[in-house]
Design a protein around this ligand. Structure first.
Ligand code: HEM
Length: 495
């Protein structure tokens, strides 16, 4: 029988794996942020690396950031889900090993093979480089993505196995008996519900992603094995969109688990909570056509579906989580430290980042805005200030030396630098998008450069803050008596 207590009776037995995930996250995140800064400085004409190098960095930045968001989210989900179900440590490490192999292949394909066809590897671009890269470079990149995806698929299958073993089915883990029948107050905890949702959508996405990657690999060497480009685009966008969305649904588990410990108030999965997560399980899989609204060749019904579901899916989980967090924190006497601050601001970042997507999901607006920097403005807001803020909050939480420990001045300064920097950086993208500055251009017109320079200044602030967060994470780990993660004991409440 599962333990429905919201405070873990004991910490999960295997903590080294989560630590390895977090250290990998810290290293890859910083490197990819530096690549992002270099790209922004190139657009701002502060440096000159040339278009070729820009697209190499853009390819790695996109693939690396999406992949590392997956790894960081997986670490959070595995860490907390392990309180309720038995997970395999071998699979945890296998996923990390495959991730590192996939990343090494992608880096090799880009820096040695000069592949720079973007992380979206849109068919038929990888096989039509016009002499800029070889078939082998393209194949190495695609195979790298396949290896990486296989690791995540194994990871999700293990979670599915564990959820089914403990709860008797994914429907039960999603709280169906309480949602469709009498709510006996014994619905699975939010962590289990979120993990079940992520597992369902990610397994479908990863299988679709692996299928199109395998098809494209065959097509590279046997072009007579023809692929319908429209089908390929649909499959790639389905995979990419669901996977990146799932990263925030994994990371939000940190909010569900940590805020109750700080406020000494449980976060229960009631009917509304279950309804919103179940609705989003379906909607997340049908929302991706809002990226295809300009593709006249797609069937009209798909585009209408993208528009309608894009509107609907903006709200359920976000509102339930944001409102739930506010209720939890209100008059709780919560101690505001780095972990709780970062988790609280992540709610704001997530909500703020969803709004530009909501606007862009309107077909009339989309025709004008979609290929502009408005879109990077949207996803950098919810990823940097939402998803990544949750990850940094988790890093501070697991390394907090004692409940009474006070944050250093440098932590607080870094926090404000991160918040101001992320907002400024994302707003510079959004404003440029409003001014119709095209997306994915290495070279910008003189009229666009002022926005780029402002964006670069804020990006520097973000990178500086992230350096402090990572430095403090490593220093706190090194100073911890044991290399293992500590038990998440309830933290003190202010007098
Ligand atoms: C300091 C932080 C960051 C900087 C300076 C940065 C910078 C950039 C720049 C300049 C672009 C190209 C925009 C364009 O012209 O289209 C870009 C694209 C992108 N970024 Fe970031 N970024 C940062 C953080 C992140 C994070 C945290 C994520 C995800 C977790 C992320 C994911 C992406 C993705 C998926 C793309 C699209 C690549 C493509 O169009 O193929 N970035 N970023």
């Amino acid at each position: 029988m599962a333990d429905y207590n919201y405070v873990a009776p004991q910490e999960h037995a295997t903590k080294g794996g989560v630590l390895a995930y977090l250290l990998t996250t810290a290293a890859v995140l910083l490197l990819m942020m530096l690549f992002g800064l270099v790209m922004r400085a190139e657009q701002a004409q502060l440096i000159s690396i040339g278009a070729n190098a820009f697209y190499q960095l853009m390819t790695l930045h996109g693939a690396g950031m999406v992949g590392i968001a997956g790894i960081a989210g997986a670490a959070i989900m595995w860490h907390f889900l392990g309180q309720y179900v038995r997970l395999s440590t071998t699979v945890l490490y296998a996923n990390l090993a495959l991730f590192l192999v996939g990343v090494a292949m992608a880096i090799g394909a880009v820096f040695i093979g000069n592949f720079h066809g973007a992380w979206t590897f849109l068919f038929p671009l990888p096989g039509n480089s016009m002499g800029l890269w070889s078939n082998e470079a393209a194949a190495t990149f695609l195979a790298g993505m396949l290896v990486l995806g296989t690791g995540f698929l194994l990871f999700q299958l293990d979670i599915a196995r564990a959820l089914i073993a403990t709860y008797g089915g994914l429907g039960r883990a999603l709280g169906w008996p309480q949602l469709f029948g009498h709510d006996d107050g014994k619905a699975p905890p939010p962590t289990v519900v979120a993990s079940a949702m992520v597992t369902v959508v990610n397994i479908v996405a990863l299988v679709v992603g692996a299928s199109i990657l395998a098809m494209m690999l065959v097509n590279l060497y046997y072009p007579e094995f023809a692929i319908d480009p429209l089908l390929a685009k649909g499959m790639i966008y389905f995979f990419g969109h669901v996977f990146i969305n799932a990263t925030i649904y994994m990371a939000v588990i940190a909010v569900y688990e940590i805020l109750p410990r700080y406020t000494h108030r449980p976060w229960k999965a009631n009917k509304i909570f279950l309804l919103s997560w179940n609705c989003s399980t379906l909607m997340v899989m049908f929302i991706f056509p809002h990226h295809l609204l300009m593709d006249f060749a797609f069937p009209k019904w798909m585009l209408v579906m993208g528009h309608v579901i894009g509107y609907l899916n903006t709200f359920p989980i976000l509102i339930v989580t944001g409102y739930g967090a506010l209720i939890l924190v209100y008059r709780s006497g919560i101690v505001w430290d780095m972990a709780s601050r970062l988790l609280a601001v992540s709610m704001l970042g997530w909500a703020a980042g969803a709004m530009p997507a909501f606007i862009d999901g309107t077909i009339r607006v989309n025709y004008i805005m979609h290929n502009t920097l408005w879109v990077p403005g949207h996803f950098h807001t919810y990823l940097l200030l939402g998803m990544v803020a949750m990850v940094f909050g988790f890093m501070y939480y697991v390394t907090k030396p004692a409940a009474q420990h006070k944050d250093a001045l440098i932590d607080r300064l870094a926090y404000w630098a991160y918040v101001v920097g992320s907002f400024g950086f994302a707003l510079a993208f959004l404003y440029a998008g409003k001014e119709s500055v095209a997306r994915r251009y290495a070279e910008h017109l003189p009229a666009w450069v002022p926005y780029d320079r402002i964006g670069t200044a804020f990006a520097t602030l973000v990178v500086g803050a992230a350096l402090v967060f990572v430095g403090r994470f490593i220093a706190r780990l090194a100073h911890a008596r044991s290399a293992h993660l500590r038990a998440p004991a309830p933290l003190g409440v202010a007098a």
